[in-house]
Design a protein around this ligand. Structure first.
Ligand code: CP3
Length: 350
C-alpha cells in the first residue's frame, strides 16, 4: 500500500528534528544508542588516556571529542552527548566507580541512613563539565545534525543505586521497593527532581532533544511498572515542559512488550523508542502520529550478512509511512565491526 500523501511542513534543516515534529521522510534519519564507544578504535585510543571512565565523562575535551567521533566517521543524523546515566547518583553524593571490565560500582543504598546521606539536589559543580561538553559540541556540530542529551529513568538509576552494581534482573531494587515502599518512593522522587534539573540544564547548554533511558522497565510487574516506570517518567516530562514547553523527549522503556500501546500517552513523550524485542507488526499499529524509533537487534548488526540485511529490510518495510527514526533496539556492542555499521548506513540511506 502507498503511504498517505504528506502535507508540506516547515523544515528545521535537521531531518531528525523534522521527524520529531511529525514529518515522514522516505529515508529515515539514523543514530545508534552508544554510538560513541568501544567499537571505535579512535574512542579506545582517547579512552586509554583517561584514569577512569568517570574522569573521561567529566573531561569536556575528551567527552566532546567522543561525542563527535561517530559523526565524523559515519555522518549520523544525531550526536548523543557522551556521558553516563550514573553521573546523577555521583552528583547526589553516592560516589560511582567503574572498575576495569566490570561495570559500575556504588556503595549500595540498603537503609534509611544510606538514603539520608544523599544530597537533596544534584551538586551542579560535579556535573558542570557535562554541560561544558554540550556547549563545545553544540558549537561545532554540522548544521544538519541534531544534538541529543539524556538521563536514565528513575527506576533504572535507582536499581543501580540500591544494588551498587549491575545485576541480571535488578532483584535487589525490586525487593527493596516491596519491603521499603515509602523509602523507595522518596528515592524515586529525589531522582525525578534531579533529572528535571539535569535535563533542563542540558537544554540550556544546547541539546535539542533528550532521551530518557529506562533500560530495566521490562522487569517490573504491572502495578510496580505504573509506580516506578510510568509515574516518574510522566513527572519528569511534565517538569521539563513546565520550564521548556516545546522540549522534545524520547522515551526508551526497554522490554515493556504490549505496554508500549499507551506508554507515550501515559508519559507524554514525543518519541517512543522500541527495543529489539518489540514486534514490528504491533508497532506498526500504534497511533500513526506517534514518532517511533528503533529497533535493530545489536547482535544482527554485529553478525552482519543476512541477519543485518533482513533485519533492516523488515524494519523499513513495517515502519514506512509514519514518522520514524532508525536506531538499534539497545546499545551497539563493542565487538561490532565498523564495516557492518557502514553497510547499515547504506541500507538505510540507499
Ligand atoms: O549512547 C552514547 O554513545 C552516549 C553515551 C552513553 C554511555 N552510557 C557511555 C558508556 C549512554 C547514553 C549510556 C547510558 C547508560 N549507561 C545506560 C542506559 C542504556 C543502556 O545501555 O541500557 C546504562 C544502564 C548505563 C550504565 C552503565 N555504563 C553500565 C552498566 C556500564 C558498564 C557496561 C558497559 O557497557 O561497559 C557503563 C559504562 C559505559 N557507559 C561505557 C560507555 C561507552 C563503557 C565504559 C568504557 O568505555 O570504559
Amino acid at each position: 500500500m502507498e503511504p498517505a500523501a504528506v502535507p508540506p511542513a516547515p523544515t528545521t534543516g535537521k531531518p531528525l528534528l523534522d521527524v520529531c515534529q511529525g514529518q515522514i521522510l522516505s529515508r529515515p534519519p539514523i543514530w545508534l544508542m552508544r554510538q560513541a564507544g568501544r567499537y571505535l578504535p579512535e574512542y579506545r585510543a582517547i579512552r586509554a588516556k583517561a584514569p577512569s571512565f568517570l574522569d573521561f565523562c567529566y573531561d569536556p575535551a575528551a567527552a566532546s571529542e567522543a561525542t563527535l567521533q561517530p559523526i565524523r566517521r559515519f555522518g549520523f543524523d544525531a550526536a548523543i552527548l557522551f556521558s553516563d546515566i550514573l553521573v546523577i547518583p555521583d552528583a547526589l553524593g553516592q560516589k560511582v566507580r567503574f572498575e576495569q571490565g566490570e561495570g559500575p560500582r556504588l556503595d549500595p543504598i540498603e537503609t534509611i541512613e544510606d538514603f539520608l546521606k544523599l544530597r537533596e539536589e544534584i551538586d551542579l559543580a560535579v556535573v558542570a563539565p557535562v554541560f561544558e561538553t554540550v556547549e563545545r559540541v553544540a558549537g561545532v556540530l554540522p548544521k544538519s545534525v541534531a544534538l541529543i542529551g539524556f538521563c536514565g529513568a528513575p527506576w533504572t538509576v535507582a536499581s543501580y543505586m540500591i544494588a551498587g552494581r549491575g545485576t541480571p534482573d535488578q532483584a535487589p531494587a525490586r525487593l527493596f521497593a516491596y519491603r521499603e515502599r515509602a523509602l523507595f518512593q522518596r528515592l524515586i522522587d529525589r531522582l525525578v527532581s534531579a533529572s528535571i534539573d539535569y535535563l533542563c540544564r542540558q537544554f540550556e547548554a544546547g541539546v535539542e532533544l533528550v532521551q530518557i533511558f529506562d533500560s530495566w522497565a521490562g522487569v517490573l510487574p504491572q502495578s510496580e511498572y505504573e509506580a516506578w516506570c510510568l509515574a516518574p517518567i510522566r513527572a519528569i516530562v511534565a517538569g521539563v515542559r513546565q520550564r521548556r514547553p516545546n522540549a522534545v523527549i524520547i522515551g526508551f522503556p526497554r522490554g515493556i512488550g504490549t505496554r508500549l500501546n499507551d506508554f507515550a500517552v501515559e508519559t507524554g513523550v514525543d518519541v517512543l523508542g522500541l527495543d529489539s524485542s518489540a514486534e514490528l507488526a504491533f508497532a506498526a499499529r500504534l497511533d500513526p502520529d506517534l514518532v517511533l524509533q528503533g529497533n535493530l537487534d545489536p547482535l544482527a548488526l554485529l553478525a552482519g550478512g543476512a541477519a543485518l540485511e533482513k533485519g533492516v529490510a523488515s524494519i523499513l518495510g513495517e515502519l514506512r509511512g509514519r514518522p520514524f527514526i532508525f536506531n538499534l533496539g539497545h546499545g551497539i556492542l563493542p565487538a561490532t565491526p565498523i564495516a557492518h555499521v557502514e553497510r547499515l548506513l547504506t541500507l538505510v540511506r540507499g
